[in-house]
Design a protein around this ligand. Structure first.
Ligand code: XUL
Ligand code: CO
Length: 437
């Protein structure tokens, strides 16, 4: 059965094309800085938004029109598996990502739930074999079911904690079976509403304990995926523990987890934390913690996680600039954790939205590649910090300076001369790069 019968495989037609069902910038084999676009970007489709989501929001029922709408929960799950592989093939995306609960419905008991999951994982395994599609990451949804109302790995109830651990264990087994390249932890309910009923220290200790158990079990079963934590400051919790990259890195360091985890950074989560996406990537990059990206964008006029497809070229360019500067995305990828708007309810919109996101990222990659090739911005950095490459600055970097030696220098160095940061000119130059590709 075909779910997207009237849509052919999306091809690269280049900038001159006015075919909406074609790429204008994403040309998988085109080489940027010595590597194919497809290798730089490693795109992934998010199962939950693309196949499970129905366009519902807190004010209204689902709007999406899908060929599986009329089916029973298990048949729906099976249909979505077929749709997933057809979609990946037609859009030309090599990876997909899922939560356990996206792919199969929950049963009455954990046994029944795991049985449903196994049926679907069998189908996914077969589909991956015949299509060549790969799993970028899987994760456990420990936030939708009411049992997780007070948290999962940070729950005040040990029975909930045990259930969460069982779900993670199963998730690791599924990941191993499907050859996942990464395993993600996003703590939707790992946070608190009020400190008056929260033992913050115990909750964080317990979360770290769960992560240590996961590391031990992955080792035991020979699952060598990269573990990732996905920071988000709030929503659904008022305060989430993995607030942003810096907070998450300090948590990992405190609990001696830093060598086992990297970060899965998401654009809209960055903006909710009051940061830009590029800030989060830079913070991860300088700490050797850049793992993977959840690509989307928020809306500056709305204060919540709107998960729009990324189309802002300034953002995609700066994102790819940071990724290239950090040495690439490694085992991670660019996962479209993004949903079509409620008004975009036809299956065609799934294709058009992914084309928009993929073209915007390819555009950003090309612009960032040129920026690096030209050394324009790197040259600015070199010049701006040049006082640290000689004289007193070089002594600071070499660890030879003391407060006394710096005082002696400062006393005879009068007046101090500063230089302009030239921000306005630099920003215009960024525009020139973006519009030159
Ligand atoms: C929620 C979010 C999640 C994670 C995986 O904002 O981004 O879907 O990506 O749990
Ligand atoms: Co995400």
């Amino acid at each position: 059965m075909s779910y997207f019968g009237n849509i052919d495989k999306i091809q690269f037609e280049g900038k001159g094309s006015d075919n909406p069902f074609a790429f204008k910038h994403y040309n998988p084999d085109e080489v940027v800085l010595g590597k194919k676009m497809s290798e730089h970007l490693r795109f992934a489709v998010a199962y939950w938004h693309t196949f499970t989501g129905d366009g519902s929001d807190p004010f209204g029922a689902g709007t999406a029109v899908r060929a599986w709408d009329h089916l029973s929960p298990m048949d729906k799950a099976k249909a979505r598996v077929e749709a997933n592989f057809e979609f990946l093939e037609k859009i030309g995306v090599p990876y997909y990502c899922f939560h356990d609960r996206d792919i199969a419905p929950e049963g009455e008991t954990l046994q029944e739930t795991n049985k449903n999951l196994d049926v679907i994982v069998d189908l996914l395994e077969q589909g991956m074999k015949s299509s060549g599609a790969k799993l970028l990451w899987n994760t456990a949804n420990m936030f939708t079911n009411p049992r997780f109302t007070h948290g999962a790995g940070t729950a005040p109830n040990a029975d909930v904690y045990a259930y969460a651990a069982a779900q993670v264990k199963k998730g690791l087994e599924v990941g191993k079976r499907l050859g996942a390249e990464n395993y993600v932890f996003w703590g939707g309910r790992e946070g608190y509403e009020t400190l008056l009923n929260t033992d913050l220290g115990l909750e964080l200790d317990n979360l770290a304990r769960l992560y240590h158990m996961a590391i031990a079990y992955a080792k035991e079963i020979g699952f060598d995926a990269q573990f990732l934590i996905e920071p988000k400051p709030k929503e659904p919790s008022k305060h989430q523990y993995d607030f942003d990259a810096a907070t998450t890195i300090s948590f990992l360091q405190k609990y001696d987890l830093q060598n086992h985890f990297k970060l899965n950074l998401e654009a809209n989560h960055a903006t909710l934390a009051g940061h830009t996406f590029e800030h989060e990537i830079r913070v991860a990059g300088i700490n050797n913690m850049l793992g993977s990206l959840d690509a989307n964008q928020g809306d500056l006029l709305l204060g919540w996680d709107t998960d729009e497809f990324p189309t802002d070229l300034y953002a995609t360019t700066l994102t790819m600039y940071e990724v290239l500067r950090a040495g690439g995305i490694g085992r991670g990828g660019v996962n479209f954790d993004a949903k079509v708007r409620r008004g975009s309810f036809e299956v065609e919109d799934l294709f058009l939205a992914h084309i928009a996101g993929m073209d915007s990222f390819a555009w950003g990659l090309k612009a960032a590649g040129k920026m690096i090739e030209d050394n324009f911005f790197e040259g600015i950095l070199e010049n701006r910090y040049r006082s640290f490459s000689e004289g007193i600055g070089a002594e600071v970097l070499a660890g030879k300076a003391t407060l006394q030696s710096l005082e002696a220098y400062a006393l005879q160095n009068n007046p101090i001369k500063n230089e302009s940061g030239r921000q306005e000119r630099i920003k215009l130059k960024l525009s020139e790069y973006i519009f030159s590709v």
